[in-house]
Design a protein around this ligand. Sequence first.
Ligand SMILES: NC(=O)c1ccc[n+]([C@@H]2O[C@H](COP(=O)([O-])OP(=O)(O)OC[C@H]3O[C@@H](n4cnc5c(N)ncnc54)[C@H](OP(=O)(O)O)[C@@H]3O)[C@@H](O)[C@H]2O)c1
Length: 271
Amino acid sequence: MGKLKLSGKRVAITGASSGIGKATALRMAREGADVALIARNRERLCGVAEQIEALGRKAVVIEADVTDAEGIKKAVDTAIDLLGGLDVFHCNAGIYLRCPAKDLRMDQIRKLMEVNYFGCLNCVYAVLPYFLEKGSGSIITTCSMDGKKGVPPDAAYVGSKFAMNGFFQVLRQELRGSGVHVGIIYPSRMDTPQIAHVDCPKLTPKGDPDMVAKAVVRSVVKKKKEIMVPSFSCHLLTWADAISPSLSDWLVRVNHLDGTVNDTEPINEAK
Ligand SMILES: NC(=O)c1ccc[n+]([C@@H]2O[C@H](COP(=O)([O-])OP(=O)(O)OC[C@H]3O[C@@H](n4cnc5c(N)ncnc54)[C@H](OP(=O)(O)O)[C@@H]3O)[C@@H](O)[C@H]2O)c1
């Protein structure tokens, strides 16, 4: 067996009870890290913790809501205490809403911002002073390709992800030389409960969340600033967008990147 990439590292992940966060927690553990699992659903977190312990790594379950700044500060302190320090914080928790812009309500848009954008910032402000003081650490965020190119009918979600993208790009530049690394991950559609109600065309199927987990590990190890998943098709879309918005709008349309809704789940409420 080759050398583990994150041997002895201590990692905290929000949204670790499901989907990309769960996949990342397991991937980090397989690479030798101990993991603090943060989300609201204790039962699901405990299930992930059991899987991590079965891999021979330490797992700590911390129930917290990212919209609660005090609660998140306590969660970070608990993670530092129980893991004996922290090397990586992965801001990953998020919700999705699929609804045409003309039909959105302001309270829905605010909720998306509250969880996806301000929730992320609560985490950043809870952990950043600690990382700055020790002069090292990685803050990784799960943004989205929806934070690079807006795809209908995701206006509220896209707004929250563009906000995240902008904030983290600036943070990364301001922290240059501080020893603190900022990595932004931009997944396209992944096969997780968040978008179980969305069907994607055969040409652009949903990806395995472990692809994102591997990108997170690569960002930490190689201090990568930005990673799109999957790389080729996402780069193609952003290059097209840089050349001409009409071209990238056309690519979204002809490839049906908006997907279609199956009837297994209700739409119009954030998930
Ligand atoms: N799936 C995709 O196609 C895709 C693509 C690009 C980006 N993303 C982003 O990837 C991240 C993870 O999404 P996913 O697809 O893995 O979705 P998921 O399976 O629904 O997982 C979302 C996670 O976020 C947690 N969460 C939600 N609201 C929270 C809150 N207020 N406080 C704390 N935790 C909260 C959930 O846990 P609890 O309910 O237990 O709190 C859950 O663990 C999100 O930021 C999402 O926007 C997803």
